[in-house]
Design a binder for this molecule. Sequence first.
Ligand code: PNS
Length: 171
Amino acid sequence: MKGRQRTLAVYPGSFDPITNGHTDIIERGLKVFDEVLVAILVNPEKQSLFTIDERLATIRSAYRRNKRVRVDTFSGLLADYSVRVGATVIVRGLRAVSDFEYEFQMALMNRRLDKRIETVFMMPAERYSYLSSRLVKEVFQLGGDVGGLVPAVVERRLRAKYPRRPTGRQR
Ligand code: PNS
């Protein structure tokens, strides 16, 4: 469309690690926006399994063939970062009603901080409605199978972190 400005959507999160629920939201975002910028929050106060560099490398590797997905890190206010990079939209996934209250608060606070940014919520496929980074880490650490729940590159990195964990389905 001639003269139309490209829409950049920021998809922020901890992504420790990125799951197929996250990638599902990125793919949905690409249907609506020209570019999705995955923005990993740098939060030294929060204990994480993967370092920021590992998370950057993992997500970049998952999207290396897709020029419409960029990956970056940010610290400070998300609203400020979004304006700085030229985004007009923040995308967040809503898995269940239980996500709503926190997401609603964040969306309204971000709008108060900067009126130029709109938050758009997207629902992942039902099969990912129970999925979270926290559960992936817990299940993998306890020897469970996370195949189909995370990109292959994440599974490889989990195995590298926990070499003695079984890799197949445990019964
Ligand atoms: O994956 P998460 O942990 O649910 O993501 C939360 C995130 C990164 C979106 C949120 O913590 C955030 O935006 N932090 C940046 C600091 C900020 O802007 N705080 C005010 C938000 S209302």
